[in-house]
Design a protein around this ligand. Structure first.
Ligand SMILES: [Zn+2]
Ligand SMILES: [Zn+2]
Length: 72
């Protein structure tokens, strides 16, 4: 889709979005629920920095240097 980072836009910054973030994270329990896995309401386009921040508050998830989520 090639949009802009939604979090940065809120603070007046214009940055290209790089990563589609699921607001509700996918788990084995909800991955078959289309409301979670496919609904745009659950997706947010973020830049790498904002994506790392979004996950920084969740101790269960780590983000590598490419902004990808590592689930241990
Ligand atoms: Zn951002
Ligand atoms: Zn994410």
């Amino acid at each position: 889709m090639g949009g802009l980072c939604e979090q940065c836009l809120k603070t007046g910054l214009v940055k290209p979005g790089e990563i589609v973030h699921h607001k509700v994270h996918l788990t084995p329990d909800n991955i078959n629920d289309p409301e979670v896995s496919l609904s745009w309401n659950n997706l947010e386009l973020l830049c790498r920095d904002c994506h790392a921040k979004a996950h920084g508050s969740l101790k269960r998830y780590k983000v590598d240097e490419m902004g990808r989520v590592i689930i241990k």
